[in-house]
Design a protein around this ligand. Sequence first.
Ligand code: PEP
Length: 253
Amino acid sequence: MRQKIVAGNWKMNNTLNEGLKLTTEIVNMVADEVRGDVKVILAPPFVLMPQVKNLIKNVDKIYLSAQNCNENVSGAFTGEVSASMISSIGATHVIIGHSERREYFKETNAQLAKKVDLALANNLTPIFCCGESLEIRESGNYETFICNQIKESLFHLSADEFSKVVIAYEPIWAIGTGKTASSQQAQEVHAALRKYVAGQYGDDIAESLSILYGGSCKPDNAKELFACPDVDGGLIGGASLKSRDFTDIVKSF
Ligand code: PEP
């Protein structure tokens, strides 16, 4: 059985009070309403992470993630946060390669490979994001493009290391646009990714890899997306900022 996961990426949203209110609401709703086999992950901004951790520390279904980490171990990188710092406050996951980081901060596949290595070396599960722009989607070469992102940032890992990674497929044209990939489009890419991973690491590792969908996932489309055989959950942006919407998405399995 693959792990079912719903992760909320708050991006650069929520002050301390807003973040604590949202977390408290999610904790209460998840405790009452969510079945035990779904892993719920919250990815607040760095400054809120210790206090969010404090609120979820006794809730076994909810985990803490960072939204990014630096590709260096430590040192003179003003404003940056290392994987070891993230791990030291009790986080378990880190989002790596989100399309906004690729686009606005020009993060490359090679740089992301280093981030993945440091995440794993610090016992963090990388939630590795991949996905194509609208231009690449329309060119028809999107599967090759996405597989190349995976190859260049992940295929240097040993099988043991790779088995600790979670992948999030996030078509850029669907992120924050209200335009969701259809369940057929999501399933097609997820199945292609799984096949590609099987070619490198074998069927067992590919079968146990959790592949999340991200891109305008909402309570009203999550059920159909999560019902696809190769969709193992979601990476949620906008809808993760509302406790009711986020919890309803978690309940969509
Ligand atoms: C994201 O940025 O990871 C995302 C999926 O955003 P949204 O749900 O808002 O499209």
